[in-house]
Design a protein around this ligand. Sequence first.
Ligand code: HT7
Ligand code: ZN
Length: 849
Amino acid sequence: AETRFLRDYSPYPFRVRKTRLDVTLAPQGTVVSSRIEFERAGPGPLVLDGGAGLRTRSVTIDGAPLDAAHLIMTGETLTIAEAALPARSFTFGAEVEIDPEANTALEGLYLSGGIFCTQCEAEGFRHITWYPDRPDVMAPFRVTVRSDLPVLLSNGNPVAQGEGWAEWHDPWPKPAYLFALVAGDLKAVSDSFTTMSGRKVALNVWVRPADLDRADFAMEALKKSMRWDETAYGREYDLDVFNIVAVDDFNMGAMENKGLNIFNSKLVLASPETATDVDYERIEAVIAHEYFHNWTGNRITCRDWFQLCLKEGLTVFRDQQFTADVRSAAVKRIEDVVTLRGRQFREDAGPLAHPPRPDRYEEINNFYTATVYEKGAEVIGMLKRLVGDEGYRKSLDLYFDRHDGQACTIEDWLKVFEDATGRDLAQFKRWYTDAGTPKLSLSEDWDGEAGRLTLRFIQATAPTPGQSDKPPRVIPIAVGLISQNGDEVMPTRVLEMTEARQDFGFDGLGSRPVVSLLRGFSAPVTVDRAMTAAERAVLLAHDTDSFARWQAGHDLAMDALVAMAQGGSADPVFTHALGGVLDDASLDPAFVALVLRLPGEDEIAAEIATRGTTPDPDAIHRAREALAAELASEHERSLSDLYDRMEVPGAYSPEAEPAGRRSLRLAALGLLSRLDGGQRAQALWDSASNMTEKMGALAVLVRLDRAGAALAGMEAHFGDNRLVMDKFFSVQPMAAPPARAVPVAKALADRPDFDWKNPNRFRSLIGGLAANHAAFHALDGSGYDFVADWLMRLDPVNPQTAARLSTVFETWPRYDADRRARARAALERLAALPSLSGNTGEMVRRILA
Ligand code: HT7
Ligand code: ZN
């Protein structure tokens, strides 16, 4: 595809006053009639977007058929010359026929298990009818849906309905990407919500009738989110109804269509027997995320797709705040940083690095990335830290006041902060425009006589594709000081680093303290500092900042693992320090579970590469296994006590407290299985009544290659539950011993229920194998080939999902020459496919560049 550039933006030469759609549904021949009221806003022809799949039956202007001489139709656009249009305003009409049943790409209107549904972000509406399919063209929509199916939904409020039809009206002007339509044999969990100004809103979570008993939790999450947005941001819901629909075939997690959110069923359906604690937390967060888009995304949207992080970064930041509020803030922060490093730092360090606001793209669907989402959220966290809570609230109030109903840019967003707080954000803007993760190096200068500690910081960002020059950024560095005996001698202070090198001095210190750095992970940077294991142990035992405390333990574990992977041994300080954490009954179990979780193999590989050596996946795997075994033997008694004490009695609840206890119990189980050969795991599998413990036990049994009976039982019990069977398909390739993983994955791929056209199922198996680091990076290339073969098969059917999954290859440059050659060969096979989609083509080219 052609490259688009941010600098080429030009406004659309028309406004749309009203959009009217009449859709008669049929699996192979859905007819869409449109009437769009245009009003001229500038010079130029009328250019509308439309996909190749539109069978256009008629085009009219003000009701009169358009003379073919005035109309140019390519596969992708329809152009009407200025001379053929009335001067000021006119109504464009079209009747097109489309084929939802043939739509396996799941973009536009498609069928999922007999349910008609839509996915229009980013550019899916053009597969439904001719339209200015760009986010800065906003209009109120009136939609009639015609079908024999019992439930017919679209955006906005219901206006009227009769036998076989329903009419919907959405009064809030919106871009086409927020359009949605659903028709199916659905049942709802229904409730209502009274907004802060006293309006009653009808709420429905629509699912297939058989799934009705698993939709209550989603409804509770929705009500919680609505209340939270009122309290935390003063944002009230603005329609009479809010509908959520769950479908099984979906390219991503969920979609915030105005008043009609459509969800991947795995992010709606939950019961204790089928969903894990992690699933519950994710459902709650994504329901919140999509709901929060109503203001940050829908009422205020993006001018163009380069501005995607305007809505996504902000909405992720808001959903993170929500989870921190309704669960544990300390635990949530650590989880978010683990995710950020695992996905975004990885992206920033490789060939796919790009800024949160890119200035060019080929295929916009390839830019729904960790950088746009998670780094976009971190950037807002830094802004908040710099302007303070009050400045942030003032800025957000101004944003909503000033830009309601508009399609905005990052410049608009930053200007709001400048106007509300008086701060100059010119340098801060680099966080949006520059790619790469800054490395923050710290050296310390201690003057014992003067009682003065000087922190000398250097920031540097390595070049990224297309950006070699990296000027310094503003970095908020939160620091505290802890004395060697564990007292906090200086509470958190936020240093604002603006130069490439900068010193900060602290006076009046009686003895040399330990620096607790980057508290709360105050900026998305990597840290390079010399520190002894003993100093880290002081922070792990005493830091008052829970993030920095966890980080100290994580650093100790990482040093041990890197040493072991390179033929050395673990520093006993780590094993010993961990004992202190295990025996500290005052700590939150969820926090202890996070401390116990060893860095993942991919993270260890990244760290080894950062330290300038080539990671060996097999050695990393062995090191991680060996350290787990060492910890288990060293702390057997404490772990075994914990395993018994953390049992949660009574009925299952997905709340943070019992979930934290279960996560600690399962962390202990994982370590103890190195000693008991999986005996506890087998007993837990046999006795557990909730899916959290079942899956925790099963992962251990698969790792020990003794899961045969458990897997057979799972299949017998849950064979017809798609979401549980997705777990069956993912746990095996992911947790299997590396040498077994590819054969296991191949056997699973041969099963008749490997419904690979379903994105969840495909991601479970193929993504599961790619997540098994040592298996995916097997020296013989079998992991690379397995994944590449399946991407080749998926690409013609669902290019979006294939392109997204191709990112599993993004780290290939960090490995040895043999592995690099094998990965390159697999990618080149993909690239050579004559019919490769633009989506996957762009990704593979960038990954190989
Ligand atoms: N805004 C949505 C992003 C999205 C998407 C969702 C489902 C399928 C395809 C999609 N393309 C883009 C989801 C969100 O961020 O909330
Ligand atoms: Zn979003």
